[in-house]
Design a protein around this ligand. Structure first.
Ligand code: HEM
Ligand code: NAG
Length: 323
């Protein structure tokens, strides 16, 4: 009897130990509380994609910018109000778009299951479903993330790599969230879709053209970005991948191997001997790219989920509940 009691106590302590400090996420977290949650997100993502194709691109970037900064906790969705300074105001988050359609997805969920599905799970699941619409792989994702009650604006510059950071720094940032070199190379394949504003390109064009840039491509980029000091609010940009701009395929790796990468970090993937072997393999094998991309995006999507105590399920993704 005494031994039984002791064991019970021990396993209780054990459970407590593993429960604390880590949010509980698992497959089908909403199977009882909101059985259609994942289907609702998917249908909304599909319908938004048919109305505004670039929403699918946005969900992918939003996951990166949310999860890389401390936790996948939807902190990026908070607006500036009541002492909160929105992460959207960070220069690192320049060019991010389509946030308003997150509310469309949330509204659909609130109609079926009020106050049940977190905004952090919307960020994760919408990226997952967006990837499929962009011709990428389907990724099983856990759910049960909680939403932050604060913005992490002050930490963004330190945690989210910049377009011109060194590869060593970029690799160390990804390593800190459990993503290795191969995974980092695969994740940057996200730059197979979407666009880059001129502010992030002109450093490679003016006053002199970066010698690691293909000269013809540089001429093209100069036509897209004719001003050395572009107005940050101007809608001047270039597409990442001219051939398949809305397909998440390995064209990105072929482009950077031909010196047609847009960002300095893109180009460094080829010139750095640590990353270049993976670039070559991904350029020749789209399935391999997709496999590694799935694995790394999954790891990113599980970065440091908040516990029940630290987080909440927001009613409106733009505001913490107490407002
Ligand atoms: C070292 C890492 C990375 C850096 C420095 C970086 C930087 C950038 C920059 C500067 C842009 C252009 C923004 C603009 O001018 O509008 C961009 C676009 C984009 N990034 Fe990244 N990125 C990185 C990794 C990633 C990862 C891991 C993902 C997702 C898995 C991602 C997804 C995207 C997408 C989808 C776009 C296009 C957005 C659009 O068209 O609206 N990036 N990135
Ligand atoms: C990187 O680019 C930013 C502007 O986007 C600039 O302020 C910064 O000085 C650049 N850093 C380096 C090391 O060139």
């Amino acid at each position: 009897m005494a031994i039984h009691k002791l064991l019970c106590n021990l396993s209780f302590i054990f459970l407590l130990f593993f429960h604390f400090g880590k949010g509980e996420i698992r497959l089908n977290y909403y199977s009882e509380s909101c059985p259609n949650a994942e289907e609702i997100v998917k249908q909304e993502v599909i319908s938004l994609y048919h109305k505004h194709g670039n929403t699918a691109v946005s969900w992918l970037r939003t996951l990166f910018h949310d999860c890389m900064v401390k936790s996948c906790d939807a902190s990026i969705l908070l607006e500036s109000i009541n002492g909160i300074q929105s992460e959207k105001t960070s220069t690192r988050n320049m060019g991010m778009r389509n946030f308003k359609y997150i509310n469309t997805i949330k509204d659909a969920l609130e109609k079926s299951c009020p106050m049940t599905v977190s905004c952090a799970d919307i960020v994760a699941l919408s990226a997952r479903d967006g990837v499929v619409l962009l011709g990428g792989p389907h990724i099983e994702m856990k759910t049960g993330r909680k939403d932050s009650k604060e913005s992490h604006l002050a930490e963004i510059d330190e945690l989210l790599p910049n377009h011109n950071d060194s590869m060593a720094y970029v690799l160390s940032r990804f390593q800190s969230v459990g993503i290795d070199v191969e995974g980092t190379v695969a994740l940057l394949g996200a730059h197979s879709v979407g666009r880059v504003h001129c502010a992030n390109i002109v450093g490679r064009l003016y006053p002199t053209v970066d010698p690691t840039l293909d000269p013809n491509h540089a001429e093209y980029l100069k036509r897209r970005c004719p001003h050395p000091n572009p107005d940050p609010n101007a809608v001047e940009y270039s597409r990442n991948d001219l051939k398949t701009p809305m397909i998440l395929d390995n064209m990105y790796y072929k482009n950077i191997m031909n010196n047609k990468g847009l960002l300095i970090v893109d180009q460094q993937l080829v010139s750095d001997p640590i990353t270049s072997p993976f670039v070559e393999n991904m350029a020749t094998d789209n399935d391999y790219f997709h496999q590694q991309f799935s694995k790394a995006l999954l790891t990113l999507s599980e970065n440091n989920p908040l516990t029940e105590e630290d987080g909440e399920v927001r009613r409106d993704c733009r505001f913490v509940n107490s407002n």
